[in-house]
Design a protein around this ligand. Sequence first.
Ligand code: PEP
Ligand code: MG
Length: 755
Amino acid sequence: MRSNLAGPRLLLRRLREVMAEPIKAQERLDKIVVLIAANVVAEVCSVYILRADGVLELYATEGLKREAVHHASLRVGQGLVGLIAAEARPLNLPNARAHPAFAYLPETGEDAYNSFLGVPILRAGRTLGVLVVQNQSHRTYLEDEVEALQTTAMVIAEMVAAGELEAISQKGTGLDLSRPIHAQGVALAEGVGLGHVVLHEPRVVVTNLISEDTDAEKSRLTTAINRLRLSIDDLLASNDIAAVGEHREVLEAYRMFAYDQGWIRKIEEAIRNGLTAEASVEKVQSDMRARMLRQTDPYLRERLHDLDDLAHRLIRELMGRDHGSAVDDLPQDAIIIARNMGAAELLDYDRDKIRGLVLEEGGPTSHITIVSRALGIPMVGQVHDIVSLADAGDAVIVDGDAGEVYLRPAQDVQNAYAEKVRFRARRQAQYRRLRNKPSVTKDGVEIALQMNAGLLVDLPHLTEAGAAGVGLFRTELQFMLASSFPRMKEQRAQYEQVLAAADGKPVTFRSLDIGGDKVLPYLRSIQEENPAMGWRALRLGLDRPGLLRTQIRALLMAAAGRDLKLMFPMVAEVDEFLLARGLVERELKHLRRHGHAVPEKIRLGVMVEVPSLLFQLDELMQEVDFVSVGSNDLFQFFCAVDRGNTRVADRFDPLSLGFLRALKRIVDKAGAAHVPVTLCGELAGKPLEAMALIGLGFRDLSMSPASLGPVKAMLRTLDAGRLAARLLPRLEPGHPEGDIRDFLKRFAAEMDVSL
Ligand code: PEP
Ligand code: MG
């Protein structure tokens, strides 16, 4: 037994020569196993490669029977080789046969050998195969030899990744690296996208594995680590962490790892064994990724993820910074894959080329989700390990309706989805043709269809989808995306841009609706037991009038010389509206006094979304210029059912007696007082629900842009008078018939209403 430190370096140098020879893949692999066996002084050296069907196939051997190559195989988890693949860690055994997992393969003639050392062939944490050496004597391989074998395995991993070995499998099943993967995540933004993987943080491909000069590599590593530490310290010291899409906690973890001696020692060891600095970082990163994929404790997984990110930064540091950006050079059908990303980063990409977005993190209320929805990009979140599993350029399908991702999909899946996308496109084309057709029911009732918006990127939909105006502009989105409280000037600029983009069409702004689940990172959030019913929206605005007044002033100035429509959310008492109106009047006076231009006309309204208002409608209508029903919140409070809690959110039906009566009450009272009424919750955007609303008497609906087409198609085929005549009696006391949703569906089917 020997430990010769020059050994691995020498071996790597010889391997480099073999890699450069213009020979066939099989021949290269055959030469590699001979070289390794000679270097480690082993009688046997074998390479097993993982196929797409989960079988490890013997690809080359020195020492075992040649006839077994491409015939001997083991499943993952079967035998020692299968165990190494399953657990992605080395096995070092003086007496292999004594191990409980040992499985004897007679065709290989391995019965003569006792000691066994096997290491996984890893790339980016994925197991691509297993590399084994065996000896007759009972020996334990030294730590250095294990290292050397792992290092050599990297070279083989590169051969697999380069596609060299794909063609020489016996079974033609393809290799595991190209195996189709179906992953279930959480649906975050609707739509279906087919395209090719773009890694948001492109994996830097280390092509130069084998070093010329160990000392030089070591000093490159030292320089890079110093630079890395400095950049993290700088980031932590800056006040603008949120702006770069980082969390302090993650950066703190980065810093801890960047100073971790154990990590650095492992990298240095790989350099000593003959790898370049970047290949050494990659080797250590790959071992760690393999650990991460096995890890089930969510906290430890997170930390391993952080370390993985850090290793990535270090590799980039070593290979030059310009390896970074995925933003340039996008394919025409890019599907962006990332662990997580900031909303601003998504906006850096060319929207026209993005077909979908897949994140390992992300939730329904995260900013990236809001922006993705606004841009109409299908998005799936919470997809575990997708970054490790995907390679740039892989075919991928994102199903933002079902929350599914198909990586390297089989042909039949691709065909099915291509058909789905074509079907959607045909429908979209039909809706586009309706864009300039009047929004009138079959019996001549005009229905105003407006859209909901919250970002400037939403505004082009006004003309694209043919909306009559913006029925709800959620001003809090600008605040949620900012890294600090937007100043008056910034708010004003945004509102000016919105009004300019609306080009004369009416825009109904809603004052800040923050609090609840809409958190601003820079506003100290308080812990509340029931945030949806807590210190949110107008409640917060009235308690902190400085905030609300700034927003009101920005709106008044932005709308100078035009019409301003402004409504207040979460009003529970008429008095709250009067207070808010008082603030508007005060600001108006202030502006006039200082000689500022003010809006030509101001209309102030209230969102009806707290049930207590249902019993103050007469008083309310006396005061307001308009009302808008926020059916999302109104229903949540009406039925005491948390709109964000998937366990209960679908428990009650808004199309049932109690809620429809409540809605009818609002339309009737508004009508009697000649106060315009809109409904801007999600109900308005679903064709069957919108049909019911028209039946109740609503004539103005505001919805997400994607719903405008389907709702218009519905109403143009609807006889509103007939529907009302049949629906309204069902809301009267004592009416015998049951389920109203069923009735509406039957009505639509009978009358050929397009749903
Ligand atoms: C609503 O509550 O129906 C509404 C439109 O407002 P938001 O969804 O922003 O709470
Ligand atoms: Mg609401």
